[in-house]
Ligand binder design. Structure first.
Ligand code: 6CS
Ligand code: FE
Length: 269
């Protein structure tokens, strides 16, 4: 069925921990996503985080619940079917976001593993979860592409370097800041890159990047005059609904609606 991954793609995903599918969405769809993303970036709300300069939008979270375009996109067969295949069943969106990585000022995302945040902060028990990202802008070697370490999703013994209470900003903002609460430190990075070349997720706007919640990834500053916006949807298995935690994070970071997503009956565009 349109959107489902072939066996070869599934094996590549399992081996590397990620899969890049170029030109999955057409130019018209990308323009619609850009407009929706900019609409959300313009709204001052707790779901919007800023770069250290205090004026540039860094990310907006919860977009699948606040925008019709994103609410539809997460049910598109080209995203939902691969997510179901990888997770192995029905899924819902645990978290969604647009990372803006704005031209010239988009700041770093330090090396980290996503699952650490969802396990420690949201009560997620297993990594039965997959990130499906849409390249909203073309990602090139110069506008701060997402960097991934192939195979790191299968490596044990990766230590998490946690900020001390003095270092970390209050609450969940240190989970989304340029100075992250949980990162992967140099010793592990040296070990993980000894036999694996860092993969820059470069590709045209409209490409899809699927990546495992345990893969070590990050991105540098955007030194170019071109934005590198990415919309990232975290599809979690409905059999992996997080256990209740004390001081749960806001809904735009850890969704409370765990209804399984229904496929959008899309007309073939
Ligand atoms: O805390 C979180 O949920 C978010 N933080 C990072 C650095 N990646 C995972 C997730 O988007
Ligand atoms: Fe991440």
């Amino acid at each position: 069925m349109r959107g489902e991954l072939a066996e070869a793609q599934l094996s590549q995903y399992s081996a590397n921990g990620f899969l890049l599918i170029t030109e999955a969405l057409d130019a018209g769809e990308v323009e619609e996503i850009k407009a929706a993303a900019e609409g959300l970036c313009a709204i001052d709300s707790p779901a919007r985080t800023m770069e250290p300069d205090g004026v540039t939008v860094r990310a907006v979270h919860g977009c699948h619940a606040t925008s019709d375009v994103f609410a539809e996109l997460v049910r598109d067969p080209r995203l939902l079917l691969p997510a179901r295949q990888i997770v192995g069943g029905d899924v819902y969106i645990h978290q969604s976001k647009v990372n803006a990585k704005r031209a010239l000022v988009g700041d770093v995302w330090q090396w980290h593993q996503d699952f650490v945040f969802w396990q420690r902060e949201d009560g997620m028990r297993e990594p039965a979860v997959v990130n499906v990202a849409v390249l909203v802008d073309e990602a090139t070697v110069v506008n701060g592409p997402l960097l991934l370490i192939p195979g790191s999703h299968r490596k044990d013994g990766i230590d998490t370097v946690a900020l001390t209470s003095e270092e970390s900003e209050k609450g969940w903002s240190s989970h989304l800041a340029a100075d992250l609460e949980y990162t992967v430190g140099s010793p592990d990075l040296r070990r993980l890159t000894a036999n694996a070349d860092i993969f820059p997720a470069v590709g045209p706007a409209g490409s899809l990047l699927l990546f495992d919640s345990r893969i070590v990834h990050g991105s540098g500053v955007n030194m170019s005059p071109l934005d590198r916006r990415m919309a990232i949807f975290t599809y979690n298995s409905i059999s992996n609904i997080p256990v209740p935690v004390e001081s749960a994070r806001p809904e735009f970071l850890s969704a409370r609606n765990v209804e399984p997503l229904k496929l959008l009956e899309k007309l073939d565009r």
